[in-house]
Design a binder for this molecule. Structure first.
Ligand code: SF4
Ligand code: SF4
Length: 176
């Protein structure tokens, strides 16, 4: 049962939610989600575990914490989403583009200590298994952004990148 796993990983109780909808009404990314936060919690409550883990909601949550601060029942959907990500990873229910995004993001942070947006996005576009038409569309968009100075194609690296690696080693394998 997801309820028990979420309690264990995130110390959050989805059963405390009384479905007021404040979280969904406050979420800046709800428009792009399969189901809003309120609906996901309801699905957890009634045991639709597989549908929850397969939804794009958990991956689109940007951890802005707005829903958490506005919840009258002190339920943190943000932390629930973290727990769901952990569970989905363990069960290997992760969409390919999400996997590629996280792996590439982590590699860049460990190698450079920061994100070089231009290089990062280039790599993502090439690895994400997009169609030729989508790649061309993304490349054109990238060129437009680069021309306007919105993204850079230069690589910069922080001075003590080994400190980032040490920090990562400290949290590696920990949940939430
Ligand atoms: S704001 Fe809190 S109580 Fe209201 S629906 Fe969202 S999680 Fe449930
Ligand atoms: S933390 Fe996630 S679910 Fe909550 S409001 Fe922000 S993006 Fe939406």
């Amino acid at each position: 049962m997801l309820v028990e796993e979420i309690k264990k990983i995130a110390d959050e109780n989805p059963l405390a939610c009384f479905q007021c909808g404040n979280c969904t009404g406050s979420c800046p990314l709800e428009f792009a989600m399969d189901y809003g936060p309120r609906k996901i919690i309801h699905m957890i409550q009634i045991g639709l575990d597989e549908e929850v883990l397969k939804s794009n909601t958990i991956w689109l949550c940007s951890s802005c914490y707005t829903c958490t601060y506005r919840c009258p029942r002190k339920v943190s959907f943000t932390r629930i989403a973290y727990a769901l990500k952990n569970i989905a990873l363990k069960k290997n229910i992760v969409p390919r583009n999400v996997k590629v995004f996280y792996e590439t993001f982590l590699r860049h942070v460990l190698e450079y200590g920061r994100l070089n947006e231009g290089i990062f996005v280039n790599e993502l576009v090439l690895k994400a298994g997009k169609s030729f038409r989508e790649v061309i569309r993304d490349v054109n968009l990238g060129i437009r952004l680069w021309r306007k100075g919105k993204i850079s194609m230069k690589i910069s690296k922080i001075k003590r990148v080994e400190d980032i690696k040490k920090l990562y080693e400290l949290v590696e394998g920990k949940e939430v």
